[in-house]
Design a protein around this ligand. Structure first.
Ligand SMILES: Cc1cc2nc3c(=O)[nH]c(=O)nc-3n(C[C@H](O)[C@H](O)[C@H](O)COP(=O)(O)O)c2cc1C
Length: 495
């Protein structure tokens, strides 16, 4: 068995590397644990395993498991997270195989993809205990109340699994679930997500409810897949296999929904599609409370399955950057090669963590023609969840989108507001964006901060960038080295 096969395996793996700290003080999942987790995340602290959960004997709670990109990369056994995205892109896509050997190799590569396929097993590790709905199982799980004015306790990292009624394809998304009582909740699948798409496919077919398997706590690859923006109709559990490097095992519940076999907890239930109830307030990842302005469907729980001595994993939200920013960055890196196959002109992308991922994207391109930056903006605004990005800044290939100072320089010096801003008034937007004018409806801003070609600049050449004379630069560089010997660099902008 792989060391990082499930949540426990991951925690043991973190323990061996001294990357997780056990906390024995009694703490409540109502405000106390979330507050500690946020403080640890803001301080760059380690993953935590809390062993003394007030009012929830027998439980342990794990948090900050997506501690850093490095830890995630090592847990997923890759040299670079981009390698994961590359797994989906056989080299034959780029070099049409001409020789027989190349053709055999290409076929082999496609075969290789088959090892990522999910498989069904007859029993999951979550089946060690079962609590039927009559016993109010949701009351027995240490779901968090993350902020004082939250409308209730929430499952903050539930992997909500459904089969799409149109195709039978498996959807798996992290959509928070507000706990109403011991056997009812509200599933917050936003309108642009696949759960909501399954809902509309079901409604078109006259269905009243969709069976659901909500899996809590799994290996980091599966959990990362659940937050990854994989377009319908690609099977989400297949993508989990791509991230993990091997297929996931699923168990079909009596209601027909597939659950993750290695989950700590599985909630079997039904989402009542026409019974819509107020959801929220919830202090979300934008750092604001979102108000119960939109109704979401009711979850009716039939039973809950749990492992012995279960471990609850919950994420916490608040002003960025928290743990979800690490997940977002990991997704950015994994998807970079995929973006590159669709938009080869893209050199680098950066969703700055403070930009909440749906807020701001900076992208550098190898510009070739007039209007190229706007072409890239349009493409990204038309592409899966990248279409939810509110502000896109496009810079030239020689500006690193991760160098915010350079980006500011490019915006300041290359932008003529009359010519280089794209404002889309009234467009779809992230459901939680506090600046929306109506639910899931706001606007977009594109900033073309590339140097302009004559066609874009009333026929005028763009001014030439200054560059040192190479001989002088070399001579002066040596002198500088001598001058700086033994000195740190001065912070010139500090009073
Ligand atoms: C901690 C966390 C909580 C999230 N909560 C929600 C949520 O409540 N509703 C939602 O629609 N998306 C939520 N997301 C984002 C989705 O998980 C993400 O968009 C994912 O790609 C959805 O899967 P889908 O594309 O298969 O629908 C959350 C992400 C994270 C990291």
């Amino acid at each position: 068995m792989d060391p990082v096969e499930d949540l426990r395996g991951y925690i043991d793996w973190l323990r061996k590397r001294n990357e997780i700290v056990e906390v024995g003080e009694p703490l409540s999942p109502e405000l106390e644990i979330p507050s500690l987790l946020r403080k640890v995340m803001y301080s760059g602290g380690p993953a935590l395993l809390l062993t003394n959960i007030k009012d929830f004997d027998g439980w342990r709670v794990a948090g900050n498991l997506f501690t850093s990109l490095r830890i995630l990369r090592e847990a997923l056994s890759v040299n670079k997270l981009e390698e994961i995205g590359e797994r989906l892109i056989p080299s034959a896509f780029f070099q049409p195989p001409s020789s027989t050997i190349q053709k055999v190799k290409a076929a082999g590569e496609l075969m290789r993809l088959s090892k990522y396929l999910p498989s069904f097993v007859s029993k999951g590790s979550f089946e060690e205990n079962v609590i039927e709905a009559a016993k109010n199982p949701l009351d027995k799980i240490p779901f968090f109340r993350t902020w004082p004015k939250d409308g209730g306790r929430y499952a903050t990292f539930p992997m909500v699994i459904t089969r799409d009624p149109e195709s039978g394809i498996v959807n798996m998304g992290v959509y928070r679930v507000m706990i109403l009582d011991g056997k009812r909740g509200v599933v917050h699948w936003q309108v642009h997500k696949r759960g909501a798409l399954a809902q509309s496919h079901a409604l078109e077919r006259g269905m009243e409810e969709i069976p659901v398997a909500i899996s809590l706590g799994s290996d980091p690859g599966t959990m990362l897949a659940a937050v990854s923006p994989i377009p319908y109709p690609i099977d989400k559990t297949l993508f989990a296999g791509v991230i993990r490097g091997r297929g996931v095992e699923l168990v079909e519940l009596p209601n027909g929904a597939p659950a993750i076999s290695n989950a700590e907890v599985v909630i079997e239930g039904r989402v009542r599609l026409k019974e819509l109830v107020n959801e929220g307030p919830f202090g979300d990842h934008w750092g604001y409370y979102d108000k119960p302005t939109e109704k979401y469907p009711l979850l009716l729980v039939d039973r809950v399955y749990l492992r012995d001595e279960p471990i609850y994993y919950g994420s916490v939200t608040g002003a960025p950057p928290l743990e979800d920013a690490v997940m977002g960055k990991a997704v950015e890196r994994i998807f970079k090669p995929i973006i590159n196959t669709l938009l080869p002109e893209v050199v680098e992308i950066n969703y700055p963590p403070e930009g909440v991922f749906q807020g701001l994207l900076i992208v550098s391109i190898k510009k070739r023609f007039p209007g190229h930056a706007k072409k890239v903006m349009s493409a990204l605004w038309g592409l899966g969840q990248s279409s939810l990005t509110k502000i896109i800044i496009v810079v030239d290939h020689d500006v690193d989108p991760n160098d915010i100072g350079k980006v500011i320089w490019a915006v300041s010096s290359n932008v003529n507001p009359q010519r280089d801003l794209v404002v889309i008034e009234g467009s779809h937007s992230d459901a939680l964006d506090p600046a929306n004018i109506a639910h899931s409806y706001g606007g977009k801003l594109g900033i073309d901060a590339t140097r302009k070609l004559p066609e874009e600049n009333l026929g005028k050449e763009w001014p030439e960038l200054v560059e040192e004379d190479p001989t002088t630069a070399q001579k002066v560089a040596q002198l500088l080295q001598k001058l700086m010997e033994g000195r740190g660099s001065i912070d010139r902008f500090k009073e």
